[in-house]
Design a binder for this molecule. Sequence first.
Ligand SMILES: CC(C)(COP(=O)(O)OP(=O)(O)OC[C@H]1O[C@@H](n2cnc3c(N)ncnc32)[C@H](O)[C@@H]1OP(=O)(O)O)[C@@H](O)C(=O)NCCC(=O)NCCS
Length: 156
Amino acid sequence: MRYFPAPLGRADSDGLADRCREKIDTLGWGFWACERKADGSFIGFVGLNVPAADLPFAPCVEIGWRLARGAWGHGFATEAARAALAVGFDRLGLDEIVSFTALTNRRSRAVMERLGMHEDALVFEHPAVAAGHPLRPHCLYRLPRADWEAATRGRG
Ligand SMILES: CC(C)(COP(=O)(O)OP(=O)(O)OC[C@H]1O[C@@H](n2cnc3c(N)ncnc32)[C@H](O)[C@@H]1OP(=O)(O)O)[C@@H](O)C(=O)NCCC(=O)NCCS
């Protein structure tokens, strides 16, 4: 949670899980729980979401990820994100999927780049982060459908 304003306590963490579940119940998609295939252990979430914040590039569908520290460094976020992009483009028919993070979140930006997302020129102040907070400036990455289709063809 280093790139978020504060870690979550039990009640807020459970509330987040409940909201993820409710959105999946309503829409049929969302931030999905991720399990490690080798042993079925719960390692975090990856998926698609309509951001609640009033963002300068809304309306949009974002892709996002949050894995337990022990699950980093194995390619799990990128693997799960490719599956989520496939749902977004191939099943939901989205024209574009975006992602955004604090400018300093190098690991998250690396996932965006591995997915073939393009950094937008826009740097914006995230409205849910306090004015003046070092995590407030965010970068935006975009992936248009045509680029996903070209990359998918390239991967065979
Ligand atoms: C962002 C986050 C999901 C990235 O996790 P990650 O494990 O670095 O990302 P990936 O799943 O793409 O894994 C890539 C790493 O696995 C390595 N790897 C090992 N085996 C691999 C394999 N078989 N295939 C692909 N990559 C592999 C890669 O070399 C790379 O390592 P590196 O970072 O040392 O270069 C993770 O840091 C996180 O949960 N952060 C906290 C929450 C957060 O900030 N979320 C984003 C908010 S916008």
